[in-house]
Design a protein around this ligand. Sequence first.
Ligand code: FES
Length: 223
Amino acid sequence: MKIAQAKIKQILLDGSLWLDCPSDLIPAPGQYVLAHKPASDAPLPVSLFNIDFNSNGFRCAPPIPLDWKPSDVITLRGVFGQGFSIPASAKKIALIAYEKSYARLQALIPLALKQNAEVVVVSDTKEIDVPEIIEIQPMQLLGEVLSWANYVAIDIARENLNQLKEKLLEQNQASPKYEAQVLIHTSMPCGGVAECAVCALTLNHEWRMICKEGPVFRLQDVL
Ligand code: FES
């Protein structure tokens, strides 16, 4: 695990921010780093996911703490967790944002386009910022998109997992034929280092730590 200082370069209107940091603290899609502002009253670090990156750092998905401002220096630790991996054969890719923002899935778009895949984002959020080539569909058409896709990435909060299961059952997708991964997000204050169990999840009657064994899991293991 690496620890380093990072500087907030810019805060954007959508609530994301650009951080200047060493390149080995830039998380791959689905992985995260833990961040803490030394001068802050907040007792716990927050997990930051990558939307985009360049040679100087990366753009973090919202939400970010309200007291973070441009030029603030924060401490980063990481990189933690298991990220997404798009199969090289995937040519029809669905990104399903179960929550309001699809930002934690956004870093998959350049990877998908690089392997000449078609990409559909499924979300009920208005005014999603995607390249023109990307199609956007409402959650109402989830079943159709799942029948079309051969790789699916989902972003969902831990507390909404049961809703997702019910929705997939409704769509006859409880035993999916496509490759699918799900990013389960929740508070992950220690990244597995202190085994605090704040991020625990029961899967098949066993406790799993989202921070370490996830946050990206195979959908089949979660259903
Ligand atoms: S965040 Fe502490 S064990 Fe997962």
